[in-house]
Ligand binder design. Structure first.
Ligand SMILES: [Zn+2]
Length: 204
């Protein structure tokens, strides 16, 4: 079974991590990881635009280096961007110095004070080190748009069923997730817009 929400005790262990954002109005914080990706990111931007929704894109540095034009489109549309490493390294299995160097390299392409570890894998030591420089953002809702055993309908249900005011929701603007994210995203936006929600960027 996929874990759509982090269990509360896990979140309580890491209070310095952003899991969700308290807000006076009903807001959702949509995030898109692993881009920019040709075609897919542009489609995501179009859908967001239709609902005047803002979101946060946690970009892989290597992808921004390859597709700087798509990165510029994200920024000029008023979305936020965050560092998601240069080569999508897993913090748990990477020596600290190598891990920090990869993030510093990504920072050349993604100037941001937001950081999301790839796979959500970060050691407590890495967390302590990086939070001096970054707001570390994990999530409260994982859509599982990347998972082979999740249908587009289930991906949509994961978000509709669990999202609450202030939820930070993960999608991916990647090839692997494209079918699911392009199915779920417009429906999520429509559903929550009708309930009076706003879609905002994660503040720095
Ligand atoms: Zn990722």
């Amino acid at each position: 079974m996929n874990l759509v929400r982090f269990p509360r005790p896990v979140k309580a262990l890491f209070p310095s991590v952003t899991w969700e954002i308290r807000d006076s109005k009903p807001s959702l914080y949509l995030t898109f990881d692993d881009g920019p990706t040709p075609v897919i990111t542009a489609k995501v931007l179009d859908i967001l635009e239709q609902y005047q929704a803002k979101a946060t894109f946690f970009c892989i540095g290597r992808n921004v280096e390859r597709h700087p034009d798509i990165f510029r489109q994200i920024v000029s549309a008023g979305h936020a961007t965050g560092n998601h490493t240069y080569s999508h390294l897993k913090g748990w299995f990477t020596p600290d110095s190598e891990y920090y160097a990869d993030i510093a390299l990504a920072a050349n392409f993604v100037p941001s004070t937001l950081y999301r570890p790839a796979y959500g894998m970060i050691t407590p030591g890495q967390l302590l080190h990086l939070r001096r420089q970054y707001r570390i953002v994990l999530w409260s809702i994982m859509s599982y748009d990347f998972a082979y055993n999740t249908s587009p309908q289930q991906c949509l249900k994961n978000v509709i069923h669990y999202a609450r005011p202030g939820s930070v929701i993960v999608f991916h603007d990647s090839l692997k997730a494209s079918e699911k994210v392009l199915y779920a995203l417009p429906r999520v936006l429509k559903h929550f817009a009708e309930q009076g929600y706003h879609f905002k960027v994660i503040p720095a």
